[in-house]
Design a protein around this ligand. Structure first.
Ligand SMILES: *Cc1c(COP(=O)(O)O)cnc(C)c1O
Length: 392
């Protein structure tokens, strides 16, 4: 074999897919795999969805890119639709989750400076994941991801996730200007915070005039059965970032703003060459329209509950299963030991899953998955987990 010319930033699994159809992916031998990961929460409508492919094909024939130097009607329409679902004021479009978070971090600093804070700081969480560019990496609570890339940008204060009192205790620090938090931690292990956590953060931010900023890059756009995960609680943000599922596979990210975050950015403050181009926006609009038309929020709620309930029954009393949790089609099964090898074992059974935080099996199926299709995932994950734990 000749040496690969790819920089090995990933340990890739020995399989490649050449075609997709709904929840199915096909390799070059024609073998069919059930996709319970959706490209890490990206392919929200599954593969080859007719509405999305038509939107992309039609828009690409008409116009792919102009520039943010000009008005872009598709971008206006996408902002209007997103702000409607989020009940927020305005949107900025970029190309990825990390870029959306960079925009939010810059916005928080601008907000701090407007308030006369010279070195604004942002409260972030242990176990957080916000992306790989430098500021987002600095906000990320994973020493291994940061290793070798110092110096990290300053201006972050880290507290335990799910502990609102730890955030409240930062009120003595006059440099704090914002809180950045995932409503459910994804990469950190599908960690669901205690009930009331986000409302408590909302109250703390209100009391201190801090911006409440949600990273909904993984949880947003229907993943948890609501348009946005924070909507399960009465705790609206000032800033929200989106990406993964938003374009159904087209790279598109967004930062939404409201209240005191609304009028901070002005021409010249921030920008992007590609962000919000007509093609990406047409794709995202089609994703949002399809989620509404096909009632995929309800589907994510029902099928997600069904998967969690079924796995709880299947794995009831199995020693080594710590927790089965999540919301909608964001599902984590935490074991008492590292279980990365289950990814290959599931792939051998033609089911695609993920393991994150070493010991959490993570399922992020397309929002279109039916209960019947979920049965195949439940059976494979249930059997493999029970066998793996029994083998000691
Ligand atoms: C994936 C992810 C990111 C980073 O998104 P990229 O598109 O890979 O830059 C940021 N925040 C959260 C919560 C994520 O899950």
């Amino acid at each position: 074999m000749t040496r690969s010319h790819l920089i090995p930033t990933y340990n890739r699994q020995p399989v490649s897919f050449i075609r997709g159809d709904g929840v199915w992916l096909f390799d070059k031998t024609g073998d069919r795999y059930l996709d319970a990961l959706a490209g890490i929460a990206v392919s929200s409508l599954g593969h080859g969805h007719p509405a999305l492919t038509a939107a992309i094909a039609n828009q690409s024939r008409r116009l792919i890119h102009t520039s943010n130097l000009y008005e872009i009607p598709r971008q206006e329409a996408l902002a209007t639709t997103l702000c409607g679902h989020a009940e927020m004021a305005a949107a900025f479009f970029c190309n990825s989750g990390t870029e959306a978070n960079e925009a939010a971090i810059k916005l928080a600093r601008l907000y701090g400076h407007r308030r006369g804070v010279e070195t604004p700081r942002i409260a972030v969480m242990e176990g957080a994941f916000h992306g790989r560019t430098l500021a987002a990496l600095s906000a990320t609570g994973n020493a291994r991801a940061q290793e070798g890339f110092g110096p990290m940008p300053e201006g972050f204060v880290r507290v335990p996730y799910g502990d609102s009192e730890a955030v409240a205790a930062l009120a003595d620090d006059p440099a704090i200007c914002a809180v950045l938090v995932e409503p459910i931690q994804g990469e950190g292990g599908v960690r669901v915070p205690p009930d009331g956590y986000l409302s408590e953060l909302r109250a703390i931010c209100d009391a201190n005039d801090w911006l409440l900023m949600y990273d909904e890059v993984q949880t947003g756009v229907g993943r948890t059965g609501a348009w946005f995960a924070h909507q399960h609680e009465d705790a609206p943000p000032d800033v929200m970032t989106l990406a993964k599922g938003l374009g159904g596979g087209m790279p598109v990210g967004a930062m939404l703003v409201d209240g005191p975050a609304t009028d901070l950015l002005a021409p010249g403050n921030h920008g992007t060459t590609f962000g919000g181009n007509p093609l990406a926006c047409a794709a995202a609009l089609s994703v949002l329209e399809t989620i509404s038309a096909d009632k995929l929020l309800a589907n994510a709620t029902e099928v997600g509950e069904y998967i969690r309930d079924s796995l709880r029954r299947r794995l009831d009393g199995v020693e080594g299963v710590r927790d089965i949790r999540g919301r909608g089609l964001m599902i984590g099964i935490e074991l008492d030991r590292p279980c990365g090898e289950l990814v290959a074992a599931a792939r051998d059974r033609r089911v695609l899953i993920n393991v994150t935080a070493e010991r959490v099996i993570r399922l992020l199926p397309p929002l279109i998955m039916t209960a019947g299709q979920a049965d195949t995932v439940i059976e494979a994950v249930g059997d493999l987990t029970a066998d793996f734990l029994a083998a000691g």
